[in-house]
Design a protein around this ligand. Sequence first.
Ligand code: HAM
Length: 437
Amino acid sequence: MAYKRPPDTYDVLPYPNVKEPWLHTAKWRFVEGVFREVCGRYGYKEIRTPILEQTDLFKRTAGETTDVVSKEMFTFEDRGGRSMTMKPEGTAPVVRACIENGIFATHPTPKLYYIGQHFRYERGQKGRYRQHQQLGVEVFGADNPAIDAEVILLAMSFYREVGVKDQVLRINSLGIPESRVKYREALRNFVRPFLSEMSEEGQGRFEANPLRMLDTKSPKELELLSAAPRLIDFLDAESAEHFGALQGYLNSAGVPYEIDHRLVRGFDYYTRTTFEIAGASLGAQNALGGGGRYDGLVEACGGPKIPGIGFGLGMERCLISLEAMGVQLSIQNEETVQVFLITLGDASLVEAPAVKLLSQLREAGISADKSYRSRKFPQQIKEADEAGASYTLILGDSEIERGVVQLRNQKTKEQTEINLSEIVGEIKKISILSKNF
Ligand code: HAM
């Protein structure tokens, strides 16, 4: 029996019913390439953190009452009896890695980016998977709202350059924990009269984490909360000034945005600026990406008292968006074979020189392949076409005897005889001269 993943859980990943998964991989690589390029231009350096972290890291940073921590983490006990979690998000692991490696002592303002797999036990649907890839950045040590603007501009540049054209930027400010105490009370007072009309989940949030009530997707709750007090009216003076400055910078950079008073985001570590980028073509899962400031997080993880800000963008949602818009990605087909070697006749005479020639071509930087299935000419020619080869080399007994090989242009079918000792140099010449090689 063929082995299959449980259909209701993981069948969407890593390749949703794709017949040629390598084409899907090429799209990932293209998107990753644009992201790396944009991050490089903004002066960000790549960091890679492990998939497994101690569970406590996420409990302590994202917050125990958040959906991610309370019901979506892949958590297990390792053989040493430690509770480990497959990272559901990238920020806490980056903070942990920087503290552990003493990065903040030598680099006062590290600007970092990452590309990696993240895991959340969510109900699978389009744009929501149990394993997803995030492209993210984190910047530490800068209070200045200009860095908030930079991080947002970086995300917007990435989407523009990758080809997403319908992105909408929404921003908000959550202020500081002290200003949120008053807001929480105001929100509870507002909701109390109709608390029984809220869902069970909403009622739970009322008690445990009232700001989370604003994050509801239920139309009924949205209606009930439509006149709720706004966080922005409770901001401390410094946060209000910070938020005003950010808007000024976005205005001067010509980036349109909306202020979304309900944008609280899904983790407890956020302070002040939060933002999300939505894609109109994404439907219900319309957050292409999001992030915000987390000024107390490094200290909460045992590091120095320094601020931070970052974002995470979903790879799969980006691709869904591009597909919905009919954008053709300019995927470079690095994996197309340039030269296909056809071997004919007596295998005991031909195969050894063929293996040698193939390896000489590859060592000379030419992508080359041969058939391992057939010794019939038409079938090998067909394989060469399927591989996308521009040229074939034909090697049979008579060529071996004369120390030559036939060079065949697959498009024009023109054939030339060339000395075996000269063929690698000849092909290199063609590859330099020809753009479509
Ligand atoms: P997040 O909003 O939870 O933020 O995730 C960031 C992005 O990852 C989402 O906007 C979405 O595109 C994608 N994403 C999340 N979960 C899934 C899923 N189950 N399936 C597909 N895509 C998904 C964070 O994780 C924060 N660490 C971002 C951040 C960085 N904030 C500050 N720095």
